[in-house]
Design a protein around this ligand. Structure first.
Ligand SMILES: C[S@@+](CC[C@H](N)C(=O)[O-])C[C@H]1O[C@@H](n2cnc3c(N)ncnc32)[C@H](O)[C@@H]1O
Length: 254
């Protein structure tokens, strides 16, 4: 799926969750100063920020197919090599990086097997390849209340739980399928507090991602019904929202 939105809209809708996820995802990969690292599907740079603080800007590269996100990531993280590209065709030679990660991206890849195979190709022997995707199947994505509400109003609406990587073991299988070894999967949890229901809801009207696109496609009455159902589920606030992502990692054989 393409993200043709500005970086600030993304920050308000998903960045508020992907930034805390990036902190725990990066910590789980134990990135060291000076290691060469690549962020695949960097968006405006939530995961880049964590990689820069661990490895140093000169050691970090990032790609994203969205020109607005590439521009934002370049502006926000001087010194990082940010390129406009997709996972399925990474513009780097074989065996370039110590760590290659994709946070909240696999489920948007046109060809996830090819994307992960490319990530493995550009990692050095012994290098780490890792990916994370919200647990949509378990209803533990930050946007899961929206999809639950939407399904109760529009029973045929397609959420994100059918996307690759959104359920237990799927990322592990994917990493194993391209020949990575020592593959393992964990759950990463984050908590975000919203003072009011409006603070949680308003960014859904910005058209970002599948949930934003679904909201934009609804008529006024349908959207009001979904919003009302979300309020029933979450209350008026404060809302202590806990979300969980599957995170899998594997190594390139030596
Ligand atoms: C939910 S955002 C995640 C952005 C960032 N990693 C974060 O955690 O905030 C998904 C990103 O995947 C990018 N994307 C979509 N298809 C892609 C592909 N085939 N290869 C690489 N990135 C892709 C989008 O442009 C978008 O920036």
């Amino acid at each position: 799926m393409s993200f043709s939105v500005d970086a600030e809209a993304y920050d308000r809708f998903m960045g508020r969750y992907s930034s805390p996820l990036a902190a725990v995802f990066a910590a789980s990969l134990e990135v060291l100063p000076g290691q060469r690292v690549l962020d695949v599907g960097c968006g405006p740079g939530a995961f880049v920020s964590e990689l820069v603080s661990r490895a140093g800007a000169d050691s970090v590269a990032a790609v994203d197919p969205s020109p607005t996100f590439v521009e934002a990531a370049r502006r926000r993280y001087p010194g990082v090599d940010v390129r406009e590209a997709s996972a399925e065709a990474l513009p780097f030679p074989d065996q370039t990086f110590d760590v290659v990660g994709a946070q909240l991206v696999v489920h948007f890849m046109a060809d996830p097997v090819r994307g992960i195979a490319e990530m493995a190709r550009v990692a050095r022997p012994g290098g780490l390849v890792a990916a994370s995707v919200w647990d949509f199947v378990g209803g533990r994505a930050p946007v899961s209340p929206f999809w639950e509400a939407a399904a109760s109003v529009l029973p045929n609406i397609e959420g994100e739980s059918g996307l690759t990587g959104a359920g237990r073991g799927q990322l592990m299988s994917l990493l194993g399928s391209v020949g990575l070894i020592d593959v393992e999967e964990t759950v990463l949890e984050i908590s975000v507090r919203h003072e009011t229901f409006e603070e949680w809801w308003e960014p859904f009207t910005l058209g970002v991602g599948p949930a934003g696109a679904a909201a934009a496609s609804l008529g006024r009455a349908e959207l009001d019904a979904v919003r009302g159902r979300c309020r029933d589920l979450l209350g008026d606030g404060p809302i202590a929202l806990t979300a969980a992502a599957w995170a899998a990692r594997g190594r390139v054989s030596t």
